[in-house]
Each structure stands twice: as structure tokens, then as C-alpha cells.
Design a protein around this ligand. Structure first.
Ligand code: FEO
Ligand code: CA
Ligand code: CA
Ligand code: CA
Length: 602
């Protein structure tokens, strides 16, 4: 293995070896602290966590369950203070409630679950002399749940597809859930992707209108997808009663931490799918300088990669005028979907001499939304509202490339290149399913790949290359950017992405197919160390690694669903992290920093 000193800046740490410990394992010379856990108070007046005495009211003021994306946004005018923004993706009821009966929540349990999901905005104070962060329970904090009001904007708003008995205007949606990954905007807000929203609605089979039923099926609604059974207690989650309620989820949500009273927004101009995240690139020179581009993936097998090019340019600063202007950036512009082609003579994308896969691609326009709110569909036979609400059908119609589950997609702030984690796809090439193609080159893909896109951002052409074809480095079908595979940490199932201040890519994993715990990895992108992959930490048994934030001072990770293994529950935990002893596991956000006070990995 290379000595730590050989690695690029940001990656000079001793790699953590794969393991199955019930602990957050970090490199030698680093320290860690749990910043906030499920149940910790967020809003003033919220009670301390009491596992035996949970209520919906308590949970609505506390940190929720299964933190995924995490970000830090500086609090304007308060040095050393940040808004910790976190997605609270989904409730795992058997881990939340002692004696939970599978598929049979009580009304109290369902209402606690509705309060446990959504988004948290928590002010945190950075400690002096360490990377620790201390939550401040105060008026800046927000807890958005399955009941909080959101304003729906863009071509879906007011359309026939989103009107319900409680909201005949079709503009005010109650709640956000299934918030997976996300992103921060340069104008100081948080974006959150509503992902597996089909898991919250009952009775898809009882929708009688054939067109509506087909559209629900295209978004994977069926009776078995109702994992949480909220429809038994709140009829808006019963598709037999409110078929349009489902069309009000699956959007990119924008939350403004600088204004806790502001109503958060769902932007339908970015389309509706199982959005994993959205991440922003701002064009920094040339005639398009200031133009904002948002990249987003649809995380399901054989779904697509999208981008939105705003017709509005960013205004700098946090003045009221600038913020009002910038909060409309994601409401005006054009939504595109990606098609990929291989460069090799046989079209496969495989360049045999080097082991690389590379090619070209194009962005196909789907929908343009104008400043006055009018919109144009680029898909024959579909109205603008149809494209905004049934975006998957629009992308099908233009022949977009069906990918191996697009997770996080994020532009590198150092180089502008765009990276997307394609996490895995066990169905690729199986009976009746699409076979391999240039950018999805393996059948029954268990470990996923990471694609690097060189995009001109505002235009419609790009080139691409696979950075990593993940899995066992000793296997012939893996590729680590051309780096010596005997000297890398094995990586499998890439999910959330982030960049360090040096331009290295950091990848957190979900579902390691190689038998060890999930973790967080740094990957070199440039020069002769391109593809070098080093594991920075591993998460406890059964957990997925989320977040992450990689700053000079600290690494922040969200530990999602610790202990979540088959045949385990709150009554029989596979993990006791983070509280230890006989405790049940609790999802939590953790800070990691260097004990000698120097920057991460230098
Ligand atoms: Fe919630 Fe795409 O992972
Ligand atoms: Ca994810
Ligand atoms: Ca990210
Ligand atoms: Ca995942």
C-alpha cells in the first residue's frame, strides 16, 4: 500500500480497513463526536428523547429518523455558527417502536412516523480547538414534517393533476417525506430530493381511471409499495380517495434557513421523479456567466439523469433583493434528460487497450418554463403540466438512456466536471429488462459505477467517462480510474457524493456488496493518482453512510439506519450504536476531525 505521504492533499490519512464492527471507525489521529441523534430536541420546548414515551408532538420538535443528506450553511453575521440542514428520509417502524407489529402500525405510531420524517434545520456552534459541533435549540431552527405547508411552483402548480379536496387550487402541499440526498445552493438555501414517495400511499390497485392507474404504475405505485400504511389513518394517503395526492410528491424542495418563517417551495420546473438530490453549477465566465444549472438523478432501476438550465442569473449576496431574485432561479428555465453513446467502434464504450469506458452524450429538452409562469412542452402529445408531473413518461418519449439507479449527481466546484453515482442494478440484462450499454456495462450490476461528465453546462452536448467501475479490485470487471488496483480500498454501491477543498471526490456507500460495513471514501481525480480510492471511515453494523460534508476542518457524516438487518428490530437490535450498552440504535450525524488541529487529510 502507498504510504500516507504519497497521497494527494486531502487524502493523506491511513485508510480504514474493511470491517464489520458496530462502531464508527476512523483513521488514526482523528477524533469523533455525535452531533445530533434521532430524538434530540430541535425546537424550543421540545422534550428530551424518551424512547418509552414517544408522541407525535414530541417528535415534531425533535430530530427525526434516518438522516440522509447533511449540509452546513453559515449563519449570516454569527461567526462559528452554522445551520445544519438534514434530510430525515424514512421511518423504520420496527426500530422506532418496541413490539411493533409488522404491517400493523397503531394510529399513534403512524402519526409519530409522519412527524419523524422531512427536514431539520438545526443551528450548531463550532467548538474552539476541535471539529465538534454543538446544537443550539433556538428560534432559528426548523422541523418540516409530513404535515408542514409547502408552496408548489412551476407548471404542475394549479394543474388538474395536483388538485385535491383539501387543496382545490393545487398550490399548497402538506408535507415532505422520502427526502433522500440534496444539495446546497450558492444563494444560501438547501435543496432536498423527494425520492421513494410511493412507499406512503395505499390502494393503488383501486384507482379506476385507466390513465391515472398507468401513471401511478410508471412511478412504481402498487399495493405492496405501501410500507407505512398512513392511508389507514389519513385519507389523503389513500389513493382510492385522493388519487392526485401522490402527484404532489417527487419534487425538488427548497428550504431557506435564513428565514425560518418562509414557506418552503416544491419546484415542478425540475420535473417529478424519485429525485435523489439536486446540485448546482454556476457558469463562471463567458456570455452565460451567472447562469445556474441544476443536476438531478432519478433513483430507480433503469431511470434517468436530468439537468435544469435556468434562464435567470444568480445575484450575489444575501440581501433581501438578491434572495428574492435567487429563490426564483429554479422556476425559470429548461429541463433536459440525458442520452449516452459509446465512443468505441462497436458502440460499447469500452476502449480495450486501456480498460476505460468513454463516450459522448446529448441533453434532450423536455420542458421550458418562462418568467411569467407560462410553459412550453418539448414532448409531442404532452402538455407542460403533464411533463412536469409525469416527467418519466416525457423522458421515455424522447428515448433517454436507462441508467443503473442514478444516486447523487454533483458538479466538482474545482473543475466543473459533473459526477454521478450509479449505485447498482441487479436487474440489468435479466429476462425482459434492458441489457448492457456503454455507460451501464455490467449485467446484474451489484456494485455500481461512477460516471464523470464533461458538460458545457448550458448547452446540449457532453462527453463522459467511467471513473470507477466498483466492486472487488481483484475482479476483472472492476476499474479504478486506471490506478493500480492492488493499492485501493474496495468500494461498492456509491451513493452520496461530495468534494473536499482540494477537488478530490468523496463517496459514501449504501449496501456494500463485498460483505463489509458501508463507509466513506476519498477518490483522486486528476494526474497520475487518478482513481486512487481510500476509505476514510466505516459506519456501524447495518448502517448506510450519508451526509457527507468535507470541509478543511471536519468531515460530517449522517449514519442512517444503524442495525437495519433482516430479522432485527428495536426488540432484537443488531447494533447498539451510538449509545452503547443494551440501547437500541439511533440514526445520528457525526463530526470527525484531526486531533492535532490540522486540516483533514493534508
Ligand atoms: Fe434514498 Fe437513492 O437513496
Ligand atoms: Ca441515496
Ligand atoms: Ca452530495
Ligand atoms: Ca442508496
Amino acid at each position: 500500500a502507498p504510504s500516507p505521504g504519497d497521497a494527494l492533499p486531502g487524502m493523506k490519512f491511513t485508510a480504514v480497513t474493511p470491517n464489520t464492527e458496530d462502531a464508527l471507525v476512523i483513521p488514526e489521529g482523528y477524533r469523533q463526536q455525535v452531533v445530533i441523534r434521532w430524538g434530540d430536541p430541535v425546537l424550543p420546548g421540545a422534550p428530551e428523547f424518551d424512547v418509552a414515551n414517544q408522541t407525535p408532538e414530541a417528535q415534531a420538535g425533535q430530530f427525526g429518523f434516518n438522516n440522509d443528506f447533511a449540509g452546513l450553511i453559515p449563519v449570516d453575521g454569527v461567526p462559528g455558527h452554522f445551520y445544519l440542514v438534514a434530510n430525515l428520509e424514512y421511518p423504520t417502524e420496527p426500530f422506532m417502536f418496541t413490539g411493533y407489529r409488522e404491517g400493523e402500525p397503531t394510529e399513534q405510531q403512524a402519526r409519530i412516523a409522519m412527524a419523524a420524517v422531512g427536514i431539520a434545520v438545526v443551528e450548531v456552534e463550532a467548538a474552539r480547538g476541535s471539529g465538534a459541533l454543538k446544537p443550539v435549540v433556538g428560534p432559528r431552527n426548523q422541523r418540516l414534517t409530513a404535515s408542514s405547508p409547502f408552496r408548489l411552483t412551476g407548471p404542475a402548480a394549479g394543474s388538474e393533476f395536483v388538485r385535491t379536496s383539501a387543496d382545490p387550487a393545487g398550490t399548497t402541499v402538506l408535507g415532505t417525506f422520502a427526502n433522500c440526498s440534496g444539495g446546497l445552493t450558492p444563494w444560501g438555501t438547501m435543496l432536498s430530493g423527494e425520492e421513494n414517495f410511493n412507499n406512503y400511499f395505499a390502494n393503488a390497485s383501486k384507482v379506476t381511471d385507466q390513465k391515472a392507474a398507468e401513471r401511478l404504475a410508471r412511478y412504481s405505485f402498487d399495493d405492496d409499495s405501501d410500507e407505512h400504511h398512513w392511508g389507514r389513518f389519513d385519507k389523503r394517503f389513500d389513493l382510492a380517495v385522493e388519487p392526485n395526492e401522490a402527484n404532489r410528491f417527487g419534487y425538488i424542495v427548497e428550504v431557506d434557513p435564513h428565514d425560518p418563517k418562509a414557506v418552503p417551495v416544491k419546484h415542478s420546473s425540475l420535473g417529478r421523479c424519485k429525485h435523489e438530490s439536486a446540485n448546482i453549477h454556476v457558469v463562471d465566465s463567458g456570455p452565460d456567466e451567472g447562469t445556474v444549472v441544476a443536476y438531478s438523478g432519478d433513483d430507480e432501476k433503469f431511470e434517468y439523469i436530468y439537468k435544469f438550465v435556468s434562464s435567470r442569473r444568480i445575484k450575489s449576496g444575501l440581501s433581501k433583493t438578491a434572495r428574492e431574485h435567487n429563490l426564483r432561479i429554479l422556476d425559470e428555465g429548461t429541463l433536459y434528460v440525458a442520452t449516452f453513446y459509446g465512443d468505441s467502434p462497436d458502440g460499447s464504450g469500452r476502449l480495450p487497450a486501456s480498460g476505460r469506458f468513454a463516450g459522448r452524450g446529448s441533453w434532450k429538452p423536455l420542458l421550458t418554463t418562462e418568467a411569467d409562469g407560462s410553459a412550453r412542452s418539448h414532448v409531442p402529445g404532452m402538455s407542460p403540466a403533464e411533463v412536469a408531473v409525469f416527467t418519466r413518461l416525457a423522458a421515455d418519449a424522447v428515448g433517454a438512456t436507462k441508467m443503473d439507479r442514478p444516486e447523487d449527481i454533483e458538479p466538482n466546484p474545482t473543475t466543473g466536471k459533473v459526477y454521478c453515482a450509479l449505485t447498482n442494478n441487479s436487474d440489468r440484462g435479466t429476462d425482459g429488462k434492458p441489457g448492457i450499454d456503454a455507460v451501464n456495462p455490467r449485467t446484474e450490476n451489484k456494485s455500481g459505477q461512477v460516471i464523470e461528465i464533461t458538460d458545457d453546462h448550458t448547452g446540449t452536448e457532453f462527453t463522459w467517462e467511467l471513473l470507477l467501475v466498483c466492486g472487488d479490485p481483484a475482479a476483472a470487471d472492476t476499474y479504478y480510474g486506471g490506478f493500480d488496483k492492488t493499492r485501493v480500498s474496495p468500494i461498492s454501491c456509491p451513493d452520496n457524493l461530495a468534494f473536499d477543498p482540494h477537488g478530490n471526490l468523496w463517496i459514501s456507500t449504501d449496501g456494500n456488496a463485498l460483505g463489509s460495513n458501508d463507509g466513506l471514501f476519498a477518490v483522486a481525480l486528476e494526474g497520475d493518482r487518478r482513481g486512487e480510492t481510500k476509505q476514510f471511515l466505516t459506519v456501524p453494523v447495518g448502517a448506510e453512510t450519508c451526509g457527507p460534508v468535507i470541509s478543511g476542518d471536519r468531515v460530517l457524516v449522517a449514519v442512517q439506519h444503524p442495525g437495519e438487518l433482516d430479522d432485527h428490530s428495536a426488540d432484537n437490535p443488531a447494533s447498539h450504536w451510538p449509545d452503547g450498552g443494551n440501547s437500541r440504535p439511533r440514526p445520528a450525524v457525526v463530526a470527525v476531525w484531526r486531533e492535532d488541529g490540522k486540516a483533514i487529510g493534508v
